[in-house]
Design a protein around this ligand. Structure first.
Ligand code: NDP
Length: 399
């Protein structure tokens, strides 16, 4: 029985709130805070006032404000599903008030699209000293893909050598151009250079320049592009036998054409420009005119397929497996009124929180998901809406 504070009231938060509300035996009291109070109230209305007992306006960029809010509520855990910019101020507030912490995306400075764990890993000693735990990247990717890797390493391999994480959205939301999670964060991520790990070092590629047409179970063949994704950094650190680790994401031609035009005219830039006597960031303005990802659920059809190909040695023989989940947009909409990308992020965040609060994963310090025993988490994926499959492949993922 634990009290939690959820920060953020967007697409992912909507799922976290609903899923935590459905488990009163773990989340006995839920509080919700975000920048816009009306969005918290709408989620409270949906989950019921007996489950979400308090809603609050907070600027989570301001650590002192978050600390004050935490003191007033006194939760056991803060679930951060606001934006990556708020990770450090919320972690600071947790340290100050003695509360555990969980998020779904690594910290990024606003003025630099730089995806790395260095800032958050630097909190390791401070969390340890205070007897507090921070669980980083508890979404699907990062998150479940890390646990898939740990599960493969534990049950299928003596040594893991190659990882290819694949993220396919085979759905159709009917919009000309929209992102499935926060547009600003999504566009910052995919307009960066690609990066992968091979033979002990990082190799860079031009943005969206390396393509493979991959066949996804229950979706079909989709063009997939090499990107850098933050779980690669923690996975190659925690599984030092990995020789190569890559990440692939699907994009349709229409999406890429829109993105190219927006980039070419400067709309994806994060450098402020002068507009009518005021400084504005083009990408922040773009976000304001794009569809809100939380609003895409109605009429969204098709499935996602996200998983991890792992190649390694078992009893001296090389073998490859693919662990994956399919998630159907229409089904998640029916269950919690959200599209599958919000759902596949929100459910693992709820499960990660339950693992901490029930003591399955509870150790002072700052941790990535693959550092804990994967078995109970994997069982909970099946139980709470994200069933997974293991496919034994007859050949390795192509080079
Ligand atoms: P949204 O933009 O829909 O929601 C973000 C929420 O955070 C909004 O409610 C927003 O408030 C709130 N917020 C922003 N700034 C502040 C602030 N300064 N103080 C308080 N609240 C603030 O994003 P998503 O729900 O799509 O994504 C949430 C998180 O999940 C992101 O960090 C994203 O990167 C991560 N994610 C992780 C994935 C994974 O698999 N690991 C996949 C997809 C997303 P307002 O409503 O006022 O804008």
């Amino acid at each position: 029985m634990s009290k939690v504070l959820i920060i953020g009231a967007g697409g992912v938060a909507g799922v976290v709130v609903q899923k935590c509300a459905g488990l009163p035996e773990v989340f006995s009291e839920i509080h919700l805070a975000s920048r816009t109070l009306s969005k918290c109230q709408a989620l409270q209305e949906k989950a019921g006032k007996d489950r979400v007992v308090g809603v609050y306006q907070v600027d989570a960029d301001d650590s002192a404000e978050v600390a004050e809010l935490i003191r007033g509520i006194n939760p056991s855990l803060v679930i951060n599903v606001a934006l990556p910019y708020q990770d450090l101020p919320i972690m600071d507030a947790c340290l100050e008030t003695g509360v555990h912490y969980l998020d779904t995306a690594n910290y990024e400075p606003k003025d630099e699209a730089k995806f790395e764990y260095s800032w958050q890993w630097a909190y390791q000693e401070r969390f340890k000293e205070k007897g507090l735990m921070a669980l980083l990247g508890a979404g699907f990717d990062p998150g479940v893909t890390n646990v898939f890797t740990a599960y493969a390493a534990k049950h299928y391999f003596d040594e893991v050598h190659y990882l290819d994480i694949v993220d396919c959205n085979g759905g159709d939301h009917g919009q000309a151009f929209a992102t499935n999670f926060n547009p600003e964060i999504n566009i910052r991520e995919i307009t960066q250079k690609g990066k992968y790990w091979e033979n002990g070092e990082w190799h860079e590629t031009d943005p969206i320049s390396v393509r493979k047409d991959l066949d996804y179970p229950n979706v079909g063949v989709r063009p997939s592009y090499l990107l850098f994704h933050e779980e690669l950094e923690s996975l190659v650190k925690h599984f030092p036998t990995i020789k190569r680790a890559r990440f692939w994401m699907t994009f349709g031609e229409q999406y890429l054409t829109h993105l190219r035009v927006l980039e070419n005219v400067g709309m994806t830039s994060i450098q402020p420009v002068e507009f009518e006597g005021k400084k504005i960031v083009p990408l922040e303005f773009l976000k304001a005119v794009l569809p809100n990802p939380g609003s895409l659920a109605e009429g969204y059809t098709g499935k996602t397929c996200i998983g991890t190909y792992v190649t390694g040695l078992k009893d001296g023989q090389e073998k490859t497996i693919f662990i994956y989940n399919n998630c159907d947009h229409a089904e998640t909409n029916k269950e919690v009124g959200a599209q599958a990308v919000s759902y596949t992020t929100g459910v693992p965040a709820m499960i990660g929180a339950s693992m901490m609060l029930q003591g399955h994963w509870m150790e002072p310090g700052v941790w990535n998901m693959e550092q804990f025993d994967p078995d109970e988490f994997m069982e909970r994926l099946n139980k709470y809406g994200l069933p997974w499959q293991v496919l034994e492949c007859d050949k390795p993922f192509e080079k």
